[in-house]
Ligand binder design. Structure first.
Ligand code: COA
Ligand code: AMP
Length: 634
């Protein structure tokens, strides 16, 4: 047999007989009621996996392992260089802590289907809070700590939580992030009134409580009665995770319970090549989809040990931090974003710090979140001497769309490619007219419906947006929003987004959302935001501002204002640090701003004068402006 034959046969079967294939994989999960239908296709594009089945995700992640012989195995390792803490929780200890927290939140009247917002840093209680919600059948929505109050408020208003679970602060290397003032402000701004907040005080920055609304976590959980697992429908939501769309209004990606558990379990073994009981490390944040799937649910559902790392790849304390964690906890794999490796490479280009650590048990580096640029992938390959697997992901998909399957018969890695489709994924590259393109040609990446289990069945409160935004442009297909090509061997390369989403240090941002903030400045008549190439972060946002006639303030003052406004309204994670004041923006005759052309100019990539341009002189002005600001270098 040739390399890849096992994968190819499995992938072919997953397309030919999806129900048979996924029903087999579902045997690895505990069900309290078996499903009636593997795939309910009665209402496309709203497909439902394992309809009629009942299960509980927390039972699958914890209780069944406690009962099945893993009670004393470490489930979670908390490694926090920013607080100088390392703690281990066995499956039994984690289950007990989660059952108590579930009791605490049930006492607040939270039950099946109720929403709970979790606004917490990378501490064990964040993982426990997620699992406690799952235990009750409540729907969690984790909000990343780097967002501003307004973002949190919009999520509160979209999902109307009965409860917010939070901690007093997060710890960034250069500062303490006080969560509570942001939360108080968000609750104040939101129309939906949050009746209850339960807050964990951290000694690094204690918070002030609001009498009558806020409860102290430690005090409250002390008296809680442990709660058991509540079975839910396989099609019931486990969580909502908000992500950037093309407008300022975030999209609530819904994750179902049954299909997700099945897909994650399959991927731990076959994609990541993990054996139950091994230590697997995903160095993301619980606020992102990757953190949901591979810090929390995937490793635990599979019976592995997961690491929760509260630190950075560099500066906590140095660029050897990742090697220390891998060697100290004997991690067999690391999953992170290429930007983290670029940060390490910049500080320690020869990898000298690696020599201090024993990485003999380390087998694979997985990269995702942004394009695995070949220089970074090659550097990591040479340094670590292991396979470096780039795999393609989206919040919407819950797990990898493409990857290299380390637990099957791993195929050769091709630099710049995310390898081959996961089971159930049938990808096509489409031209502007929705016609499939030939191998090697770049176009819009689309996936034939139905999507496999674990992918999003809908958007929260926005079924029509789901249909219109993803399922309409190419009938019968999911529009991924990414562009790329598929080569003769079926390897998929993802090159760029086709919409106005940009990717900053592995964080997904909407340029449209940043434009809304810039446009609200009193002196700004018009604006555009583009993502310009950045050596460390992949892309960073750059604003272009046209001022209202008669404004005579210094440009620096207005730029300073808009930088502050973006930080206050979207958050530090937007990393919006620069804007240029220009006379005019280049547009087509129909008024569309030529963002793509400006981005190519700024990155000094080849560009052509669009035939529909209103006034070509404007592009010369922009080019001049970009050049004098240090962009578009020749
Ligand atoms: N809470 C509050 N603020 C946060 C935050 C959090 N959880 N995470 C980041 N921020 C802040 C940072 O402090 C920084 O603020 P500053 O402008 O005041 O310095 C800003 O948001 C930008 O953060 P980031 O882009 O993360 O830059 P960084 O310099 O702190 O770190 C990297 C750079 C490369 C180390 C970091 O971006 C990284 O590890 N990225 C990987 C992302 C990832 O894992 N994505 C998931 C896909 S796999
Ligand atoms: P998010 O929803 O935050 O996970 O971001 C998803 C987006 O990140 C995708 O639509 C891609 O644009 C980008 N992305 C994720 N993984 C990869 C990858 N391996 N290669 C290229 N782009 C990626």
């Amino acid at each position: 047999m040739a390399t890849g034959d096992i994968y190819r046969a499995l992938h072919a079967r997953s397309l030919k007989d999806p129900e048979g294939f996924w029903a087999e994989q579902a045997e690895a999960i505990d069900w309290s009621r078996r499903w009636d239908t593997v795939l309910d296709s009665s209402n496309p594009p709203f497909y439902r996996w394992f309809a009629g089945g009942e299960l509980n995700a927390c039972h699958n992640a914890l209780d069944r392992h406690v009962e099945g012989g893993r009670a004393e195995q470490t489930a979670l390792i908390y490694d926090s260089p920013v607080t100088g803490t390392k703690t281990r929780f066995t499956y039994r200890a984690l289950r007990d802590r989660v059952a108590a927290i579930a009791g605490m939140i049930a006492a607040e009247g939270v039950g099946k289907g109720d929403r709970v917002i979790i606004y917490m840093p990378m501490i064990p209680e964040a993982v426990m809070a997620m699992l406690a919600c799952a235990r009750l059948g409540a729907v969690h929505s984790v909000v990343f700590g780097g967002f501003a109050a307004k973002e949190l408020a919009s999520r509160i208003d979209d999902c109307n939580p009965k409860l917010v679970l939070t901690a007093s602060c997060g710890i960034e290397p250069n500062r303490i992030v006080h969560y509570k003032p942001l939360l108080d402000q968000a609750i104040e701004m939101a129309v939906h009134k949050v009746p209850r907040v339960i807050l964990l005080q951290r000694p690094q920055g204690e918070a002030t409580m609001v009498a009558g609304r806020d409860l102290d976590w430690v005090e409250t959980v002390k008296d809680a009665t442990p709660h058991g697992c509540v079975p839910v429908q396989a099609t019931d939501p486990l969580y909502i995770l908000y992500t950037s769309g093309t407008t300022g209004y975030p999209k609530g990606v819904v994750r179902d319970t049954g299909g997700y558990c099945v897909a994650l379990h399959w991927s731990m073994k076959n994609l990541y090549g993990v054996k139950p009981g091994e230590v697997y490390w995903c160095a993301s944040d619980v606020g992102w989809v990757v953190g949901h799937s591979y810090i929390v649910y995937g490793p635990l559902i599979y019976g592995a040990t997961t690491i929760l790392y509260e630190g950075k790849p560099v500066g906590t304390p140095d660029a050897g931090a990742f090697w220390r964690v891998i060697s100290e906890h004997k991690a067999m794999a690391l999953f992170t974003a290429p930007t983290a490796f670029r940060a390490i490479k910049r500080e320690d280009p020869d990898g000298k710090l690696l020599k201090q650590y024993d990485l003999s048990g380390f087998r694979t580096l997985f990269l995702a979140g942004e394009r695995g640029d070949p220089p970074t992938v090659e550097w990591a390959q040479k340094l670590l001497g292991v396979r470096v697997v780039d795999h393609w992901w989206q919040t919407e998909t819950g797990w990898a769309i493409c990857g290299n399957f380390e637990g099957l018969d791993p195929m050769p890695v091709k630099l710049g490619s995310t390898s081959v489709p996961s089971p159930g994924w049938q990808l096509e590259v489409m031209d502007d007219q929705g016609r499939p393109m030939k191998p090697g040609e770049v176009g819009a990446l689309a996936a034939k419906l139905p999507l496999p289990p674990g992918t999003f069945p809908t958007l929260w409160n926005a079924a029509e947006r789901y249909r219109q935004g993803y399922m309409t442009e190419f009938p019968g297909y999911y529009k991924t929003g990414d562009a790329g090509f598929i080569d003769e061997d079926g390897y998929v390369s993802v090159m760029t987004r086709v919409d106005d989403v940009i990717n900053v240090a592995g964080h997904r941002l909407s340029t449209g959302q940043i434009e809304e903030v810039l446009g609200s400045h009193n002196d700004v008549a018009e604006c555009a935001v583009i993502g310009v190439a950045d050596e460390l972060k992949g892309q960073v946002p750059l604003g272009l501002l046209v001022l209202k006639a008669g404004v005579n303030k210094p440009n620096e003052e207005i730029v300073g204002d808009v930088v502050r406004m973006v930080r206050d309204r979207i958050g530090p994670v937007a990393f919006f640090k620069s804007a240029l004041v220009v006379q005019r923006l280049p547009k087509t005759r129909s008024g569309k701003i030529l963002r793509g052309t400006m981005q190519k100019m700024a990155d000094n990539q080849p560009w052509t004068m669009p035939a529909t341009i209103e006034d070509p002189v404007v592009l010369d002005e922009i080019k001049g402006g970009l050049k004098s600001a240090g962009y578009a270098k020749l």
